[in-house]
Design a protein around this ligand. Structure first.
Ligand SMILES: Cc1cc2nc3c(=O)[nH]c(=O)nc-3n(C[C@H](O)[C@H](O)[C@H](O)COP(=O)(O)OP(=O)(O)OC[C@H]3O[C@@H](n4cnc5c(N)ncnc54)[C@H](O)[C@@H]3O)c2cc1C
Length: 407
């Protein structure tokens, strides 16, 4: 019997695992990657350490129009299957606060074992091959800039639009659209929030633990706690990355976005008021900026005073009650109007993509038999912490094994 020929488009996380999943006695697999090597994006994951996955897998960790679709895929290739898959490939893992990393904490180790795995599975890898279009006649015809291939099944694992310098330039959406697939607007996620507020210039470099609430058109949309980083163009840090997908969608829908920062995350506003009153009572001769010493970064103290309309060199014992209340209000609800989220160049992931309602649980297209999708090109995005790679591993493997059965 003739072996089934499967063509995988994209040599990122999902494409490499898909190619291994698709390789069997009954199939031959070809992987086409437009860059000069596979796994470019993987090298920069987890700050070069690669946060492979996460031992906590809650429903809230995955987003999209239909996030439940991700769990149908995880039932077929779970977090546990991922760990088993990588240990078989040679990755000894390390669990750091639920984040799973290779023991050597080198993303390059993950790319290396995947490359070895591809070769051990007999996958032919052709780099420097940008797929321009795919047609389905009797078989699939895949045309790159240089060559033309035929296959019985095709897996599109070309990523989204995030970090396009690593190869994911969004062309995959065109390939999907040509087959009649509907693309949910791709937007940057896991990225910074950009603001035009002038006071941010004076706050650049401040890092602090905070609770940040995102409001869209005045309604609370999402809330995160963690280390906030203030930068001259806006807000950064893990809690901001987590909020960014909600901001991106809201701003795309023309809603007004506002982030409100609570700089004393463990206190209720009432307790904050008492704390300020007590500090003023104990040190009435201290100047405004001195009053916050030991509590907030100097840059933050002077910004708070300025925004509350209080002179930095005034004695706090002389402040009016309304001035103290204004300060407390700012400490607990420091408003920053958000203009946009950062660009795809700075984003870790893309939200939006191929509509999951047009895919079977096997990740085969409901529109075109034999066509599969895997990874970030699909409308599923995860939180920070290994969830986007988990989606890439699970969807890649499931698309791969199911592609063997194509007619
Ligand atoms: C800086 C950074 C850090 C990150 N850290 C983490 C982390 O620690 N943990 C985590 O879970 N997630 C992390 N992510 C997200 C995660 O890396 C991605 O979600 C995941 O790699 C997506 O895999 P993918 O295979 O779907 O797409 P990609 O990795 O983007 O791969 C797609 C591949 O397809 C190729 N391609 C595209 N179009 C074509 C074409 N027309 N022809 C041929 N080839 C094509 C591209 O060159 C690319 O190699 C990070 C992302 C970034 C940018």
């Amino acid at each position: 019997m003739r072996k089934k020929e499967i063509i995988v488009i994209g040599g990122g996380a999902s494409g490499m695992i898909a190619a291994m999943g698709a390789s069997s006695k009954e199939s031959k697999v070809l992987l086409l990657e437009q860059k000069d090597r596979v796994g470019k994006k993987l090298l920069s994951t987890g700050n070069g350490k690669c946060n492979l996955t996460n031992s906590y897998q809650g429903k809230e960790c995955y987003r999209g129009r239909h996030p439940e679709f991700a769990f149908e895929v995880f039932r077929q290739f779970s977090y546990e299957d991922t760990i088993a898959f990588f240990s078989k490939l040679g990755i000894y893992i390390k669990n750091k606060n639920q984040g799973i990393y290779p023991f050597s904490e080198q993303a390059s180790a993950v790319v290396d074992v995947l490359r070895m795995g591809l070769s051990e599975h007999g996958v032919r890898v052709h780099t420097g091959q940008k797929v321009l279009f795919i047609e389905k006649k009797k078989r699939f015809i895949v045309q790159t800039e240089k060559e033309r291939w035929e296959g019985d099944g095709v897996i599109i694992a070309s990523g989204g639009k995030a970090a396009p310098m690593t190869g994911s330039d969004g062309w995959g959406y065109e390939l999907a659209k040509n087959f009649g697939h509907h693309i949910i607007q791709p937007l940057p996620a896991l990225t910074q929030l950009v603001s035009k507020e002038r006071f941010l210039k004076g706050l650049a470099g401040v890092r602090c633990e905070a609770v940040i609430t995102l409001y869209l058109d005045g309604k609370e949309e999402a809330k995160e706690r963690g280390e906030l980083q203030l930068v001259d163009y806006g807000l950064s840090g893990i809690p901001i990355f987590q909020l960014s997908r909600f901001a991106a969608r809201g701003i795309y829908e023309k809603k007004k976005a506002l982030a409100a920062i609570q700089f004393l995350p463990d206190m209720k506003e009432e307790e904050g008021r008492e704390l300020m009153t007590e500090r003023i009572r104990l040190h009435p001769k201290r100047r405004g900026e001195e009053l916050f010493t030991g509590l907030f970064h100097k840059k933050l103290s002077s910004c708070l005073l300025k925004r509350a309309g209080i002179k930095g060199d005034s004695l706090c014992g002389e402040w009016k009650k309304e001035e103290v209340l204004r300060l407390v209000e700012l400490i607990f609800h420091f408003p920053v109007s958000i203009e946009r989220v950062n660009t795809f160049e700075k984003a870790q992931v893309t939200m939006g993509g191929v509509d999951t309602r047009e895919l079977k649980e096997t990740l085969e297209s409901k529109k075109v038999p034999g066509l599969f999708f895997a990874g970030e090109i699909i409308d599923i995005d995860g939180m920070c912490g290994g969830y986007n790679l988990q989606w890439a591993w699970s969807s890649g493997y499931v698309a791969g094994i199911n592609s063997i059965g194509v007619k």
